[in-house]
Structures are given as C-alpha cells and as structure tokens.
Design a protein around this ligand. Structure first.
Ligand code: ADP
Ligand code: MG
Length: 626
C-alpha cells in the first residue's frame, strides 16, 4: 500500500515548489518540531536557541496560557493550574483517569461524552485542548523559522497508542490549526531518522527512555517495509525516577526531613537533575544543597556511586526488552541495530547495559532527544509531496488481542496481539439451541481466557438466523482492522447469508498501564486460566446435555421410557445439575458421562423412532441416492 500524495483541492502547486512541512514529537516531558531544510532534517529552535519545549501548560484567569519552561518553573507553586504530562491523559475516559489520578495532582470534572476535563483557573480544559496549546507554540515556531505557513505535519505517537489515543492526538493537531498528514509511531520515526529504511533488511530494536516512560519496540525491515513486531515498556519509569532516587540519597546525606516541604523538594530535584546530567559526561560532580535554615550541604557524587544508586532502575528496563523479544520470537542476537531514543539514554550506565544486553553498540549519533522529531520531519517532507519519487511503507500492529465472547464467558481470540495491520480474520461459530434465531456477539480485547478479565469493546446482535437444529447454523464472524487501527466486525450466517455488522470504536481505549497489567496477568494466571477454561467448557457441555435431555423427555419421555429407566435418567440428571453448580470440572465431566450412559438406550430408541417417522409415507427407494 503506497502512501498517497496529499494535495488539498484547489491548492495544487507547481511540481518543483518546496512545500513547508514539519515533524512534531509531542512528548510526555518535552516536545519538539523539526523540518527538512536544504535536504537536511533538523529540529527548530526558539528565540533563546532552545530546541526542547517542556510539555507543560499553565492556565490563569486573565491571561493566555503559558507553555514551556516558564510554565514548568511555576509547577510547584501553582500545581492545579499547571498541567504537565498531559500525554498520559490523551484518549482516556473519566474512569481511566481515576486510576492515573493519584500520580497527577489535577482536579478532574466529567465533560460531555464522558471525556474528563481538567479544572483550572482558565476554565475547564480537555487533554486534547492542553496538547493543542503545545502544538500551537510549535506551529508558530516552525512558521516563523521557515518563513511561511505549514502545509502539513506528521505527529509522532507511542507504538502502543490505541485508537482512542491516536484519535485524540489527531484532534489536538486539528485544534491547533495543523494539517495532520499522518500519525507516525515514535520508534519508526527514530529508525527513519537513521535511514534504516534505506538499509539492509533485518531487525531493529528502539530503546526509548524518556522523562517518565520507557518503551522498547522491535521493528522488522523487509523489502523497504517497516513492521512493528512487538512493543513493551513501563509507563512509570524514566529520568524523573532517577531524579527522585538521587533526591532521596541527598536527603539522607544532608539529613533533610521527609516533610521538608515542596520548596526544599523542588530544589533537591533540580540539584539531582543537574548532578545526573553532569555525570553523563564526567566521572564525578560536586553538589551543593541549600538548606532551609540558610546553611548548605556540600558533597561529591561519583559516577560509581551514581551507578550503584540507579543500577536496579536501569536493570528494570531490560525486563520489557526480554518480553518484546519473546513476543517477536527473537533472541537478542537477532537484532541487527539498536537505536537509542530519549534524554535518559545519555546516562552511561544505560548505554553500557543496553550494549551488553543486545551485544551490539547502539546507534546514538543523532541527539536522542531530537531523533524522533527528525524522523517525523523526513516523513512529513515526503508526505507533503517534496519527494515525489519516494514512497514509504509503514506498518503497525495491534497491541492487544481482539476476540469474541463464546459460551460460558470465554474469550475466543480472533486476531492475536502484535498482528500487523491492516488485517482481516474470520472464524465460524454455531448456534447453541435448536431453533435459535438470534445470536449476540460481544467483541472483547485482552489476553486472558475469561471475558470478565478482558476489556469489552462492543456488543451487537445477528438476527433472522433461519431456525435449525443446534450446531447446524454456520455463522462466520469477520474482524477487519484498517490501516488506521479501526476495527469493524461482521457476522454472517453462511447457509442463508444473513448479515450484521458493526464498526467498533472504543470510546477511550486502554491505558498503557492497563495493557501492561493485562499482559502480566495473562502470564501469571496461565495456570488458573487453563483450569477456568476447562471448567467453563464442562459447564457449557453440561448445559447442552441437560437442555437436550429435558427437551427429549418432554417430547417422548413418557412414551419411550419405563419407570426404572426414567428414574435412572432423572437421578443422573439431578447429579449433573448438582455438579454443574460446583467448580470441579472433572466431577462435571463424570456426571455428563453418567447421564449419557443412563440415557444411551433411550437415545437409540428416539433415533429409530425419528427415522421411522421420517420414512413414513416414503418408499425406501426415495432415500437411496440422497
Ligand atoms: P519524553 O520523551 O518523556 O518527553 P525526553 O526524551 O525529552 O522525554 O527525556 C527527558 C529526560 O531526559 C529527563 O528525565 C531528563 O532529565 C533526561 N536527560 C536529559 N539530558 C540528560 C543527560 N545529559 N543525562 C541524563 N539524563 C538526561
Ligand atoms: Mg520521547
């Protein structure tokens, strides 16, 4: 699938005219804008020659919102009106936000359509609006630097962002007056920045350690096509945690009380961050902490000490690395190139451990804080039509399996996670009861076996199924996910082609923590899930047996059974009903067998009777060739 050249109607330009385009890295901590100028992709600075824009917005009652460093500096004085890390809230619902809420000190109010709003002095604002403020500043910066209006931008998003989060990002771009050509996965952008799409085929790992998040992505380059094989990470791990570790250490060294107050804490974090950055280039650093009584504490921190303090944290990033490799079905030695992304990969210990883990020297020539924006700029330049000869193929994956609820509350996976999109998969289901004319379908997302442990995405019904005996209808359920990650589900009864379909659009998507937890749970509960699955399966089988037995007894039990037989069958059925209520799948299984044994001659008699009935009035010859 080649990407189309974008050209607005009535805006066609001469073939050689250079169109202004930009790549935007809308980060949790910092955001950047980059553009291709004279064939070189580079990030664009503000008036003070700073390239990073702190992703912080401060609202006040009587002035325009303040964005960036100035807003960051007032964060502790005015926490409720200073919004940081808004990326974590993008595409989330009110309930999702409650879970993240403990870490974010904002006041939330429910907005229309369940979208949470942040209550600030400047009014109630949605995460989309906050992000749009950041994008607006970058737009102005780009247009002033480039000397004209931007015709299109590419905004990057984490590879695991679900549909709702991508939609919210796109909306923020539109709100900021940008023409969003495409959303691009951050790891893919980093790979593009290094020109890996032009290079040899193979596997690439993108290790991204930012301010508050860690992401690892495994990409596969095949015939010029980028495919995300797997993603993993930790949404609560990053440079901020290093700062906190150092601040705690300083509190011990300088004997500062736990409840020293936020001015002291902010100072400690600032000092810690400066020390951390210094240790990225030198072997030791002198530290001075101003204490509240006016005195000060001075000391020295060596890189060795720093490494000891932060070793566990760095090691923690390797756990998702292992998982991503496993999901991709690869070993560390299969990875050809490793790309370093995020400011925290400047920490020498991080580089050392990553080099050891993948047994290869990671790529870090391009500034790890700017590399994503640079890749996005290259992509934007192509999409806006400045390089008509180049076409780029970029593929994406589904972060969590998509499936359907089957009998007994089991989730049947139809599209497994990490399947590249666009994709379509189908599976056949059948009816459970004789004469069943409707079937309700419940679309779920997650890794666990039981529906209750998965996320519910949509419910719909297929009607007008022609009445048939249980198990005779053939209902084909097709899942289709388009290139933008949108899922649609169709159900069709094959013998009579009765159709029903729905476009599934999760209103708020899953939080990345939720994704993490769901993945972890599916591993931890693999054993429980197996037993649960068996239990549910036996329960379903029991219901089916009891149901058909009951129907048969009503129809001809009196006619075909004598008292002794009837008592034996009733006793076995009662026992099965009893076991059905328990949670011992073996006992249910045995009870089913007992019912089957007790009723075997009855079943035989019924079959003979129904054959006689079917043949009544016909000559044997009628049946010969059919
Ligand atoms: P995000 O992707 O979350 O927006 P960035 O990639 O901009 O984050 O990384 C920000 C983090 O990088 C911060 O925690 C910052 O302290 C850290 N950082 C920046 N420079 C250095 C450095 N020289 N040494 C260590 N950490 C650094
Ligand atoms: Mg980043």
């Amino acid at each position: 699938m080649a990407l189309l050249q974008i050209s607005e109607p009535g805006q066609s330009t001469a073939p050689h005219e250079h169109r202004l385009a930009a790549g935007i890295d809308l980060g949790t901590t910092n955001s950047l804008v980059a553009s291709v100028r004279s064939g070189v992709a580079e990030t664009l600075p503000d008036n003070n020659d700073g390239h990073l824009l702190a992703s912080v917005v401060r609202y006040s009652a009587d002035a325009e919102p303040v964005v960036g460093q100035a807003a960051l500096e007032t964060a502790t004085e005015d926490p409720l009106n200073t919004i940081a890390s808004v990326k974590r809230l993008m595409g989330r619902g009110v309930d999702d936000v409650k879970h993240i809420g403990t870490r974010l000190p904002y006041e939330f109010v429910p907005g229309s359509s369940g979208m949470p709003l942040l209550h600030t002095a400047g009014g109630d604002v949605s995460p989309v609006e906050v992000s749009a403020e950041i994008l607006r500043v970058l737009k102005v910066r780009a247009e002033e630097t480039l000397g004209g209006e931007l015709q299109g931008v590419v905004i990057t998003v984490p590879a695991y962002f679900d549909d709702a989060q991508r939609q919210a990002t796109r909306d923020a771009g539109r709100l900021a007056g940008l023409n969003v050509l495409r959303l691009l996965n951050e790891p893919t952008a980093a790979a593009v920045a290094y020109g890996l799409d032009q290079g040899a085929e193979g596997h690439v790992a993108i290790y991204d350690l930012g301010g508050g998040t860690f992401d690892i992505s495994i990409l596969k380059l095949n015939k010029g096509v980028f495919e995300v094989l797997s993603t993993a990470g930790d949404s609560a791990l990053g440079g901020d945690d290093i700062d906190r570790l150092l601040a705690n250490w300083l509190m011990q060294q300088a004997v500062i009380a736990e409840d020293a107050g936020h001015v002291q804490m902010r100072h400690l974090l600032q000092v810690s961050r400066t020390a951390k950055e210094a240790l990225s280039i030198s072997d030791s650093t002198d530290i001075r902490v101003d204490l509240q009584d006016g005195s000060g504490w001075t000391g020295t921190l060596t890189r060795e000490q720093f490494n000891e303090l932060t070793g566990t944290l760095v090691e923690k990033t390797l756990i998702p690395c292992r998982r991503a490799l496993r999901d991709a079905g690869l070993r560390a030695s299969d990875i050809g190139s490793v790309v370093m992304v995020g400011g925290s990969t400047r920490v020498p210990l991080v580089r050392e451990r990553v080099t050891e883990f993948f047994a290869t020297e990671p790529m870090q020539d391009i500034d790890p804080e700017r590399v994503v924006a640079v890749g996005a700029a290259i992509q934007a330049d192509i999409l806006v039509g400045n390089k008509p000869d180049e076409e780029v193929l970029l593929l994406d994956v589904i972060p969590l399996s998509l499936g359907i609820e089957t009998m007994g509350g089991l989730a049947e996976k139809i599209i497994p996670r990490n399947t590249t999109i666009p994709t379509a998969r189908a599976q056949e289901f059948t009816t459970f009861k004789d004469g069943q004319t409707a079937m309700s379908l419940h679309v779920v997302q997650g890794e666990r076996d039981l529906v209750d442990d998965c996320r519910s995405l949509a419910k719909f019904e297929l009607h007008d199924i022609p009445p048939m005996v249980a198990g005779a209808a053939r209902i084909k359920v097709t899942f289709q996910v388009d290139a933008d990650g949108l899922l649609s589900v169709t159900a069709e009864e094959q013998t009579q082609s009765v159709k029903s379909s729905i476009e599934v659009k999760p209103s708020y998507g899953l939080s990345d923590n939720e994704i993490e937890t769901m993945l972890r749970d599916s591993m931890e509960h693999a054993g429980d899930d197996r037993d649960n699955r068996r239990l549910r399966e036996e329960q379903v089988a029991a219901d089916r047996v009891l149901e058909s037995l009951h129907a048969a007894l009503v129809a001809d039990g009196d006619r075909l059974l004598d008292d002794t037989e009837r008592r034996a069958i009733d006793a076995a059925a009662a026992r099965l009903e009893e076991k059905r209520k328990g949670d011992d799948y073996r006992a249910i299984k045995q009870a089913i067998e007992a019912v089957e044994n007790a009723s075997s001659s009855y079943v035989e008699r019924r079959m003979n009777a129904s054959i006689r009935e079917a043949m009544a009035g016909h000559r044997v010859d009628d049946f010969k060739s059919s």
